[in-house]
Write a protein of this length. Structure first.
Length: 281
């Protein structure tokens, strides 16, 4: 049984066994000397989330959330930070206070992860045009990240315009004005953009990769990182474009979570090293 001094955090999702969050957070705790901190991966469905959140004990300090829980958690929180509220997705829950004064605060570090990862690839270049592939929660965070980078009218390519309502509402809350078109337009549209962000699930962009032709002029960030590199990432670089692996977004959003949960600057070098070692296995 855990002693009273143990501090707990975890990543929740369904499925969750594939998550690299434990690798990143545990490496951070070790580097920071937080020997009394514990970070786990817990398989939690949407239906089970309310009971799990209600049962958080005094030891808990925070949660990381993956799909499909980033929207499900919203009504379970006492406060949602403005960025997460606008984006409509929470990937971080901070457990603040204790007992009757305990407060659950929802935050979004995905936007931070996207911005920093894209800046690594852009190397100071401005963002005039951008293309987003997909219409889920990560696409919403991507719109916020692109707005921070100076692009407020990206092209969003989706499989189904009829199923893009949530992203359209999110864009309206942000004050950005994306143009929505079919994913069938992707091969022609992506090669001319300053930035391309694929938020599609693993392998969903493989057909696009095969259809690419011509030298890309911008930076690609494929948030998928399994396999590494993805087919889209590999084809992009083969054609002479610059690509940033999805693991860069992962490590930067996790670093921001570490900062928020522990109150200490994240040891990015240690987290990078742990991630690289894990992905190399």
């Amino acid at each position: 049984m855990d002693g009273p001094a143990v501090r707990r955090a975890a990543v929740l999702g369904h499925p969750i066994a594939h998550s690299l969050s434990p690798t990143l957070h545990r490496a951070a705790y070790a580097a920071l000397g937080l020997d009394d901190w514990r970070y786990d991966a817990v398989d939690v469905t949407e239906d089970a989330l309310p009971a799990f959140v209600a049962g958080l004990g005094e030891q808990w300090t925070g949660l990381s959330l993956t799909m499909p829980l980033k929207q499900t958690v919203l009504p379970l929180l006492d406060h949602v930070e403005p960025l997460a509220q606008v984006v409509g997705a929470v990937n971080t829950v901070l457990v603040q206070g204790a007992g009757a004064a305990r407060t659950l605060v929802g935050a979004n570090t995905d936007v931070h992860g996207l911005v920093v990862a894209l800046r690594e690839g852009l190397a100071g270049r401005p963002v005039g045009t951008a293309v987003v592939l997909g219409a889920g929660a990560t696409a919403s965070s991507t719109l916020a990240a692109l707005a921070e980078l100076g692009c407020t009218a990206p092209l969003v390519l989706v499989r189904s315009l009829a199923r893009s309502g949530a992203l359209m509402r999110s864009a309206h809350r942000m004050g950005v004005e994306p143009v929505f078109r079919s994913l069938e337009d992707a091969p022609r549209a992506v090669v001319a953009a300053d930035v391309v962000v694929s938020t599609l699930p693993p392998h969903a962009a493989d057909d696009l990769a095969a259809a690419l032709d011509g030298r890309p002029t911008g930076v690609l960030l494929d948030v998928a990182y399994d396999p590494r590199p993805t087919a889209l990432h590999a084809r992009w670089t083969e054609l002479g474009g610059t690509a940033v692996g999805g693991e860069r977004m992962l490590v930067h959003q996790a670093a921001e979570q570490v900062r928020l949960m522990t109150g200490r600057p994240a040891p990015l070098a240690a987290m990078d090293a742990a991630l690289e070692a894990c992905l190399a296995d």
